[in-house]
Design a protein around this ligand. Structure first.
Ligand code: NAD
Length: 354
């Protein structure tokens, strides 16, 4: 019998090729007139172009966004927002840039208008992260949830193919864990399954032709569904493991998700059969874990932690950290099984149900 709690999050989404044209109107709709445009140094040109398009409604560009939001960067951006008298932030970029806008909103309540250019999904979540002294703290706060999100697939055309593949697998990971979340519910499960389907079909097409706007649009649609799933329900073993590997061993975010996902899915496969059936159906595969591994491999994405910077001598420490604090997972967490999972992921073996 069905039993669930569903809490909808507020937010306005504008989707479609060319929708960036609506940015000025959307800022006005928020009642704002002095936007601080944020980006990474690599996307400064894109941010400048956005500021130019905003004309007098842009008050400046801050282009120092970096992975995992270092506290020094957050503080510099907060100061800049104050100095310029900004009344909203426009985040043009991936999860790192959205994360910086969230760090500003956390202390100032400035509304965020997000313009995502990857598939990470942060724009749909009330989750913030800040890194201080090598430790990444995360939390949930509705003040950091972007008020408006403009999804314009044209901005994703420049995303390098390999980032597209791994960022897409990161998005699929949000969908997969949403399907077996402690607080899973029918609405989010529909979105999550559709997200896997959309990404599973569009990512190979994006890899074939990164400038295929149809495929880019479909992938971004999947990313929206994935971000919505991540924002609505809790995550489990997969996100915990990736948090440990990224935070403590400094492994790259999207690649880590790509390598680990088939293994965490194999780990949970017997404990969450309905979720796995939905993943397999969405991928048109016989088995969820094998289907995910095949998808990543077919795109030439990394499949071994050893190839993305993990050291074999750190695997024991990673397993210790992954079992340190209890958290929800459909299958109980045991240190030996996690250590075995990490060994498979380190060597790039095909995923094995244990
Ligand atoms: P990213 O934002 O770090 O971007 C990676 C690189 O690609 C950057 O140099 C960026 O400038 C560049 N780039 C992005 N889009 C581009 C485009 N269209 N064309 C050319 N270059 C482009 O990577 P990410 O994977 O999007 O984000 C990772 C970060 O987001 C991590 O810190 C992760 O923890 C966080 N995250 C947070 C949430 C949340 O809900 N809070 C969700 C997902 C990810």
């Amino acid at each position: 019998m069905l039993r669930f709690i569903y809490q909808a999050l507020p937010g306005r989404v504008i989707f479609g090729a060319g929708s960036l044209d609506r940015l000025r109107d959307e800022i006005q709709r928020l009642g704002a007139s002095r936007a601080l445009v944020l980006s990474t140094p690599e996307q400064r040109d894109q941010a400048q172009a956005v500021a130019q398009r905003l004309g007098s409604r842009a008050t400046g560009v801050f282009d120092q966004a970096a992975m995992h939001v270092p506290i020094a960067t957050a503080n510099a951006a907060r100061e800049e927002a104050k100095r310029l008298g900004a009344d909203c932030c426009v985040a043009v970029g991936g999860g790192s840039t959205t994360g910086l806008a969230k760090a500003i909103a956390l202390v100032s309540d400035l509304p965020i208008l997000a313009v995502p250019t990857t598939y990470a999904g942060s724009e749909m979540t009330p989750i913030w992260g800040l890194t201080e002294g090598g430790i990444k703290k995360t939390g949930r706060d509705t003040r950091v949830l972007p008020r408006t999100v403009i999804y314009d697939p044209v901005l994703t055309l420049t995303m390098p193919p390999m980032l597209s593949a791994t960022s897409g697998m990161n998005a699929i990971a949000h969908c997969v864990e949403a399907l077996y979340a402690e607080d899973a519910n029918p609405i989010i499960s529909l979105m999550a399954e559709e997200g896997i389907r959309a990404l599973g079909t569009s990512l190979p097409a994006v890899m074939k032709d990164p400038r295929d706007i149809e495929a880019r649009s479909h992938a971004l649609y999947g990313a929206w569904l994935a971000g919505s799933s991540l924002g609505a329900v809790g995550m489990a073993l997969h996100h915990k493991l990736c948090h440990v590997l990224g935070g403590t061993f400094n492994l790259p975010h999207a690649e880590t998700h790509t390598v680990v996902l088939p293994h965490t899915v194999a780990y949970n496969s017997k404990a969450a059969p309905e979720a796995m059936a939905r993943v397999a159906r969405a991928l048109r595969a016989d088995d969820a874990a094998a289907g995910l591994f095949a998808l990543a491999s077919s795109m030439g994405a990394p499949t071994a932690l050893g190839k993305i910077g993990m050291k074999e001598e750190d695997l024991d420490h990673a397993a210790d950290l992954a079992v340190e604090n209890p958290y929800y997972n459909p299958r109980p967490i045991t240190r030996d099984a996690i250590r075995a999972l990490l060994d498979d992921a380190f060597r790039g073996r095909s995923p094995a149900a244990r």
